[in-house]
Design a protein around this ligand. Structure first.
Ligand code: UD1
Length: 419
């Protein structure tokens, strides 16, 4: 099994190019099969989740081809299989988007319940009640969700919890419903906007993505499109914190700095140097003491829950007491036990993690307990004294392209080894 071995305390320097957004890619690839046509999706991250979707579509009978490592041609002209119950689909949480996409085009779908990272209960009730509001019948058969409709009809849908997945999934289905759908209290994440932009390029009529209210006028058919997905906000944030925890000086490039506002503001508050250009952010040691702060995770434009474990590493070496409040997921602190093994002082009380800053962390063997927890372990290893060995890195590979190469280019001592 592969592990990452890191010798810590090298100050990271130089520039890193950020890949396309995982969470946009995993929505846009399923959206592409809504057209009885050919789509080309560019700037895909070269990660396991994308490869898993490729394998899934291939098994469904979609003709998929990687034109290069980051570009996929998706030809859905011969697609007629709406039953997606094989193993590949269970590996990924985002396979739920196949439900919305197939329901839109064929008015029926059967998809095995999603897997992916386990941080507490991850229901899809809002997705399913949204489909029902559009006129679909929803049935659970063991682990398989079945949806079908004579026809889909636009509806007014109010989401009582802000959900990225439900917003995108309902948007997919409503794109090919009859009449107008309104989604209120919609998620505003950059990848919601990216999925809407892609659908509009395919001929959908979606307005308001990125605000609380999305209006969708249904169309009968979509056509093929060529589309470049946005940069990955969370990968960018991970490298920003890597520069901060090592006291380095790194330009994080090929990003949309606006997407990073909540993180940049926190880093400045802590005492980290930040400089912005049009499509890059420099994170550097500006000579200030790193001070503790409080962080509350929230839906966009709030502080992203997917940056919470990485932020905990930085707060672990800040001077003073910090409090993190996790408002999105019930159980996203499994990684804190691993971080404690590295010398961090963290107490978890319900939704809060109370962190007392220490001078430094000390390398040891830890596991990635999920994708972003794995990223946090890398950051901890980069700033810890001595050697850190990270196991279960399959989680990291789900969402970070060339992770050890990108860090090594910045001067990190990091290797992937078979153990
Ligand atoms: C997406 C991201 C994930 C991120 C999360 C929150 C993808 C593939 N994954 O996950 O990395 O952590 O957004 O930013 O984009 N909820 C319900 N019922 C539902 C759906 C969600 O109660 O039907 C709740 C969840 O339990 C959670 C909250 O809504 O408390 C937010 O979840 P949601 O935004 O849906 O997360 P995902 O789309 O699964």
């Amino acid at each position: 099994m592969d592990k990452l071995v890191i010798k810590g305390q090298n100050k990271l320097k130089g520039e890193v190019i950020i890949s396309g957004a995982k969470n946009a890619a995993v929505a846009i690839i399923p959206a592409a099969i809504m057209a009885d046509d050919v789509c080309i999706v560019e700037n895909l991250p070269n990660i396991e989740d994308v490869k898993c979707l490729y394998a899934t579509l291939d098994k469904m009978g979609v003709k998929c081809e990687f034109l290069d490592n980051h570009t996929m041609k998706i030809d859905s002209r011969n697609l007629d299989n709406v039953s997606v119950t094989f193993d590949e689909v269970r590996k990924m949480r985002a396979s739920y988007y196949l439900l919305g996409a197939l329901l839109a085009r064929f008015k029926k779908a059967e998809v095995a319940m999603p897997g992916g990272c386990n941080f507490g209960s991850r229901p899809i009730d809002l997705h399913l009640s949204g489909f029902a509001a559009l006129g679909a019948e929803v049935e659970m058969q063991g682990e398989v969700v079945k949806v079908s409709a004579e026809k889909l009809t636009g509806a007014s849908i109010y989401m009582d919890t802000v959900s990225v997945g439900a917003t995108i999934n309902i948007m997919l289905a409503a794109t090919m419903a009859e009449g107008t759908t309104t989604i209120e209290n919609a998620a505003k994440e950059p990848h919601v906007v990216d999925a809407a932009n892609f659908l509009n390029m395919m001929g959908a009529k979606i307005k308001g993505a990125g605000t609380d209210v999305i209006r969708i006028v249904g169309v009968e058919k979509l056509h093929g499109a060529q589309y470049t997905i946005i940069p990955d906000q969370i990968e960018a944030g991970t490298y920003m914190i890597a520069a901060a925890v090592t006291g380095g000086d790194v330009w994080v490039k090929n990003i949309i700095p606006k997407h990073m506002d909540s993180l940049s503001a926190k880093l400045i508050e802590i005492g980290v140097g930040i400089e912005e250009s049009d499509d890059a952010i420099r994170v550097f040691d500006c000579g200030k003491e790193l001070k503790a702060t409080n962080v509350r995770t929230m839906a966009y434009p709030g502080f992203p829950t997917d940056m919470q474990p990485q932020m905990a590493v930085l707060l672990s070496i800040c001077n003073g007491k910090s409090i993190i409040t996790e408002n999105v997921w019930d159980n996203r602190y499994q990684y804190t036990d691993e971080l404690k093994n590295l010398g961090a002082k963290i107490n978890v009380e319900g939704r809060m993690a109370i962190i007392d800053g220490v001078d430094s962390l000390k390398g040891t063997s830890v596991d990635a307990t999920d994708l972003r927890a794995g990223a946090a372990m890398i950051l901890a290893g980069l700033c810890a004294r001595g050697e850190t060995i990270i196991g279960e890195i399959k989680y990291i590979d789900r969402g970070y392209e060339d992770v050890e190469k990108k860090f090594a280019l910045l001067g990190a001592d990091i290797k992937r080894v078979s153990m």
